[in-house]
Design a protein around this ligand. Structure first.
Ligand SMILES: NC(=O)c1ccc[n+]([C@@H]2O[C@H](COP(=O)([O-])OP(=O)(O)OC[C@H]3O[C@@H](n4cnc5c(N)ncnc54)[C@H](OP(=O)(O)O)[C@@H]3O)[C@@H](O)[C@H]2O)c1
Length: 326
């Protein structure tokens, strides 16, 4: 029987859980000194979280010196799935940077039709989840094709929270400057290209800053990019698509988490989600140990990739119990 977490944007219980999670993430980023002892918090209508005694039976969340944010045993069961999904993002900091990707795909593995339409593959609950992911991260990153096809805003609109920096990978600088991310002023945007294409310092595309990174045969050096982003105090990076961009991060071993939401949709043909070099044997493929969440009619697989492929980790796979985040 799946657990149920109340939704929707207007639901006060969910709003209060979300405010607590958002405050926890901000608290971690603002707290430069390592914790010496656990701190326990309850939800607070004004401040998101309020510190209480560690022995308080009402404790909802605890910031732990070694474990990071954890749900207290007293947290209502309906809150546990919500916390399980979002607390890993609240632990991102300069000392513990995080790169996480998400794709929403059809039952037959496509993130868009062949013509590029992806409006929308997954349902409204997963869209709210995407906006929560944006709000919990310092930057949201997409490939040039997503901007060319969707002209997305990449802002936080369905829930409360701040807009992250928007990053577009456009190695050849093929995108025109009229796209919304370069002109709408809703959030800062960084255009990342092959460093050989930078003509002068301080170049802009619309209002977007241009950053050059080394380019190799198989594309941009994404490790150099992450290093440059971390030097700018951007420690939680959300790679939101499309398939080629997420696959490049996965192939270069740069993702800490991968989330795939599967919608009850059959496109028959379409643009692929993950696409990696072929393996002949199933035994050589990447078998993950996901946590599984129901979101409306969609199922989200949330996969920890740190240590994935490690036979010891695979010997104790998660139970894959389905929990509901409506
Ligand atoms: N359902 C979803 O979750 C979801 C999410 C986002 C987008 N979409 C859909 O997905 C489609 C676009 O996805 P896509 O896979 O075709 O393209 P994409 O990942 O959006 O963009 C791919 C392009 O970005 C640049 N790029 C990405 N990674 C790079 C790297 N490591 N090195 C160099 N360049 C890199 C390249 O630009 P160049 O081509 O200029 O070399 C590459 O061709 C659209 O139809 C969009 O609507 C769906």
């Amino acid at each position: 029987m799946p657990d149920t977490v109340l939704e929707n944007g207007a639901d006060p219980a969910l709003k209060s859980l979300w405010a607590a999670v958002l405050t926890a993430a901000r608290w971690t980023r603002g707290n430069s000194a390592p914790l010496q002892a656990p701190c326990t918090f309850v939800a607070d209508p004004l401040d998101g979280l309020r510190a209480v005694a560690d022995t308080s039976p009402e404790g909802l969340l605890q910031a732990h010196p070694s474990l990071g944010w954890v749900a207290c045993a007293a947290a209502p069961p309906a809150a546990q799935a919500f916390f399980d999904l979002y607390l890993p993002l609240c632990n991102a900091s300069a000392r513990n940077p995080l790169t996480i990707a998400h794709l929403g795909q059809s039952l037959d593995g496509h993130i868009a039709t062949s013509a590029g339409d992806s409006d929308y593959v997954t349902g409204p609950e997963n869209l709210s989840h995407l906006h929560r992911m944006r709000a919990l991260c310092d930057a949201v990153l997409v490939g040039a094709e997503t901007v060319a096809t969707d002209d997305p805003q990449l802002t936080v609109r369905r829930i409360s929270g701040d807009n992250p920096l928007r990053i577009v990978l456009d190695p050849q600088r093929r995108l025109g400057s009229a796209h919304g991310v370069f002109t709408d002023g809703a959030a800062a945007t960084l255009l990342v290209c092959d460093e050989a294409r930078i003509e002068r310092a301080g170049e802009k595309v619309g209002a977007a800053e241009v950053l050059g990174v080394p380019m190799h045969e198989d594309g941009l050096d994404l490790r150099s990019l992450l290093t440059a982003l971390r030097a700018r105090q951007l420690c939680a990076i959300f790679v939101e698509g499309g398939g080629r961009t997420v696959s490049a991060f996965l192939e270069q071993g740069l993702l800490d988490r991968l989330q795939i939401a599967i919608a009850p949709l059959v496109t028959g043909a379409g643009r692929p989600g993950i696409h990696l070099p072929a393996r002949d044997r199933v035994a050589d493929c990447l078998r993950l140990s996901p946590r599984v969440f129901a979101m409306g009619a969609d199922i989200l697989f949330d996969c920890e990739l740190r240590g994935a492929g490690d036979p010891k980790a695979m010997a104790h796979p998660s139970t894959g119990t389905l929990r509901r985040i409506i």
